[in-house]
Ligand binder design. Structure first.
Ligand code: ARG
Ligand code: ASP
Length: 709
């Protein structure tokens, strides 16, 4: 409708002026652009967000188990993160009789909370710019000296017992920051909704807006009696945080200020146009093509056979996640004209500083030279990842190398065997023989002959491959279909390892293993070595290009690319208009869950109790002024993988949502954030509390929190 489009256009214009809205931004929390945040509506100060002298919001935000973010929402260390972040913990407590993934889990009191050995959360105690100490004022300092300086800084910063210092390079090595961290190790599962809420919509809805997933789970941090980190002990007590986030259940409005605090993993926002062009044309499509084949092959079998579906559910989701992201990324790069936009920007830079042309010409030449190797790298790495039998062969190849160089002691062997055992648990050799056969055919067809082992052409024929690989698989020790030391690796790993020399000899004679090795060998000699050495040269120039961009474009404020360190990103609650005649509202509701409901479906089933609550309109204080319960919402925050579980906060620093995804049309934000289409997706706090209180009858958890009405 025209009226709505005019509204969007004018709203877009009015917010497109700020830096955060133009280029996105994942800012180091000690270097926030307070003025811009306040102009956008923030009511608190940068000091309320990050402060080492007194409690601040950063004291409530932790990195969850190395890969996600979580936040503290009660004075008793109650932790909120995504369902997909706590997935493997929830799974690990599940049995066939007591399937927590399907049924959900809710502790009724502290004593019912479940321990998760190995799970950690990291607090950030302090962040320091240590560029001077690391680079000694010399931007071209040698790597060895830089590493020595990093060691020195890590050992000289004063910390409390148990704390660690980690130095991270920023802006491609133009700056360095030290992060002091505190790691807690007793993290217990408190609650999780059933998958039909926590993973509602599954892969079909993944990366998609409008979204109706209640992607949350709850944990609790435990500490020793001095409130310090400790290994699990029944004597540990709930951690008392310096700060915890009040939870707001106020209605949201479009254009409300919001910021997201978390640990984004990796972005590449400052690549030259040539690099973006290569990703868009070569490497993303190659990765997508390999996963296309793998996913189709798995899906066929998973649909036909329940046991396979359960075995491969988690693996399938993980392969599908980035497959779908890359498809969105390529589309988004095209649609946002990313290459042209970067090229134009480069011309502007060159007009101010002609030296930049030299850097860019060199980069262009290197990227062109690297292109065939990069393409081979994409096909090879994806083939090895998705053809599990080849991944397995790769593990054995590393094992044999370790054995032969005397590095395989008792402890390493146990670790290796454990790793194998968990691999075989969810592995179907027959199914993977099909995947491997098809991927090898794709690899043979897509790879230039110079990068292929002699005689590899014979794998081009897929139908023939299915036969050949099935035969190899059947007779192979590593697939577990053939015995060694009188046992199969997949059913009795201890017995199969009882005579390690015999095992190594058998593997070396294994034809599947030989096939993999020839592939790997040729790849490393003909492509990987060249790829890596060119990448080293590119890295040196990228560092220079980054420095030149920062020196030349004085008006622009540059944020460092994400590197799993703590960041703040900010923006506004907003819908979008990603395609002609399509416009998205910023908010979804419970009625939308019911609209998508397909009884019995593995992605869109809904628990009966939720349907009942909906039918009775039993929403308590969790409905909004429309009378419905808000479920998800979008905003212009610039987020990426690792931001899952991050708190979305309002102008006052209250929790208003839980970040878990981005909308598909904007996933190129990792390379080219575009305020028109890039949106992060959050679960609304109202839905989270509604599920805890009304669905799970766990009001005791809500009572722990500070609710802002
Ligand atoms: N796309 C989100 C992220 O990258 C969520 C992934 C989990 N959900 C799924 N259906 N695989 O992590
Ligand atoms: N889903 C992602 C995560 O798990 C977040 C994103 O990529 O937007 O971190």
């Amino acid at each position: 409708m025209i009226k709505r489009n005019i509204l969007i256009a004018s709203a877009f214009f009015s917010f497109s002026v700020g830096i955060a809205q133009q280029y996105g931004g994942m800012w180091i929390p000690t270097e926030l652009n307070e003025k811009e945040m306040k102009d956008l509506g923030m009511k608190i100060s940068a000091k309320d967000i990050f402060n080492t002298q007194k409690p601040s919001i950063k004291d409530a935000v932790v990195q969850f188990n190395g890969g996600c973010t979580a936040e503290i929402i009660s004075p008793k260390g109650l932790l909120l993160t995504n369902h997909h972040c706590g997935y493997s913990q929830i799974q690990s407590h599940s049995t066939v009789q007591n399937d927590l993934l399907s049924n959900g889990f809710w502790a009724k009191n502290n004593s019912e909370e479940l321990a998760n050995p190995g799970v950690t959360v990291d607090f950030i105690v302090d962040i320091k710019d240590v560029t001077k100490e690391i680079l000694e004022g010399n931007p071209n300092l040698e790597t060895a000296q830089i590493n020595a300086n990093i060691q020195k800084v890590q050992s000289t910063i004063k910390t409390e017992p148990g704390q660690k210092v980690m130095v991270k390079s920023m802006y491609y090595g133009n700056k360095y920051y030290a992060f002091v961290t505190d790691t807690f190790k007793d993290i217990r599962l408190v609650g999780a909704p059933p998958q039909s809420i926590g993973k509602f919509g599954s892969d079909t809805d993944n990366w998609v807006w409008p979204r109706h997933t209640g992607d949350f789970s709850m944990f609790r941090i435990y500490a020793d009696k001095n409130n310090r980190p400790a290994e699990y002990s029944k004597d540990n007590v709930p951690y008392v945080p310096k700060h915890y986030l009040p939870v707001s259940i106020k209605d949201k409005k479009e254009n409300d200020f919001t910021f997201v605090f978390g640990f984004p993993g990796r972005t590449t926002e400052y690549l030259p146009s040539i690099a973006v062009d290569k990703i868009m044309r070569d490497t993303d499509p190659a990765r997508i093509a390999v996963r296309d084949v793998a996913l189709k092959t798995l899906d066929e079998k998973m649909r036909a056979d329940d046991a396979t579906r359960i075995k491969y559910a988690s693996k399938y989701a993980s392969v599908a996640n980035y497959w779908k992201k890359w498809i969105g990324e390529v589309e988004g790069l095209k649609k946002s004209n990313a290459v042209q936009k970067k090229a134009t920007y480069e011309q502007t830079l060159i007009s101010k500083n002609p030296d930049i042309k030299i850097t860019l010409d060199q980069l262009t030449q290197l990227y062109n030279e690297q292109a065939p190797y990069a393409l081979n790298n994409a096909y090879y790495t994806e083939t090895i990842r998705n053809a599990e039998t080849l991944a397995l062969a790769n593990l054995f190849s590393n094992y044999i190398a370790a054995v032969e160089s005397g590095k395989m002691d008792e402890k390493n062997t146990v670790a290796f065997k454990n790793r194998l055992a968990s691999f075989y648990k969810d592995y179907s050799a027959e199914l993977d023989a099909k995947v491997t056969a098809k991927l090898l055919a794709l690899y043979a067809n897509k790879t230039a002959p110079t990068y292929l082992p002699a005689g590899f052409e014979k794998y081009k024929n897929e139908a023939q491959n299915l036969q050949t690989i099935e035969n190899l698989s059947k007779n192979s020790v590593i697939t577990g279909r053939s015995e060694v030391n009188g046992a199969s690796l997949s059913s009795d790993i201890d017995k199969a390892f009882s005579n390690p020399d015999q095992l190594v000899t058998a593997i070396k004679k294994d034809e599947m293993y030989i096939l993999f090795n020839s592939l790997k060998d040729t790849y490393s000699k003909t492509a990987d070595k060249q790829y890596t050495s060119l990448q080293t040269k590119i890295d040196v120039l990228q560092k220079k290009f980054m420095a030149q961009q920062m020196e030349t474009d004085k008006e622009r404020k540059f944020f460092p690319d994400a590197n799993s360190t703590m960041r703040v990103t900010y923006g506004k609650v907003k819908g979008s208009s990603p395609r002609d005649a399509v416009s998205y509202d910023f908010q979804t509701h419970l009625s939308g869950v019911i609209e998508k409901y397909v009884p019995g479906d593995y992605e869109f089933d809904v628990p009966q109790k939720l349907v009942d609550l909906y039918n009775k309109k039993d929403y308590g204080i969790y409905k909004d002024k429309s009378g419905d319960v808000p479920v998800g919402f979008t905003a212009t925050n610039h987020t990426t993988g690792g931001n899952s579980g991050s708190p979305a906060l309002d102008a006052q620093g209250n929790l208003v949502g839980l970040n878990f995804d981005r909308q598909w049309e904007g996933t190129m934000s990792d390379i080219n954030y575009d305020p028109r289409f890039s949106r992060n997706i959050m679960v609304d706090t109202k839905y989270i509390l509604f599920v805890i209180d009304k669905f799970a009858d766990s009001k005791w958890l809500v009572d722990e929190m500070k609710i802002v009405k």
